[in-house]
Design a protein around this ligand. Structure first.
Ligand code: SF4
Ligand code: SF4
Length: 80
């Protein structure tokens, strides 16, 4: 499965999105996610292992609750 990568200061990091507590559970992001990575609930959550880092959930969220974050487990040196 392909993933989005971000290069910064000579390091490559994998990006996944997460949903912060301001989520109002409106459901708009569900249709935007092509990977079925979003779980419903009082506050929605994103399954990191499914998220491809495309950012579509953040683009459609009316309260800016989806935020990019580094996936530490996958951080690797660019030239390793
Ligand atoms: S960043 Fe993309 S793949 Fe990840 S949860 Fe949001 S819409 Fe789905
Ligand atoms: S679009 Fe935003 S507020 Fe609505 S469910 Fe998704 S993360 Fe929560």
């Amino acid at each position: 499965m392909s993933r989005e990568w971000c290069c910064f200061f000579g390091l490559d990091f994998m990006i996944a999105y997460r949903i912060v507590d301001r989520c109002i559970a409106c459901g708009v992001c569900l249709d935007a996610c092509e990977r079925d990575a979003i779980l419903t609930g009082d506050i929605y959550r994103i399954l990191t292992e499914r998220c491809g880092g495309c950012g579509m959930c953040a683009d459609v969220c009316p309260v800016d609750a989806a935020k990019p974050s580094l996936v530490d487990d996958f951080a690797v040196a660019a030239n390793s």
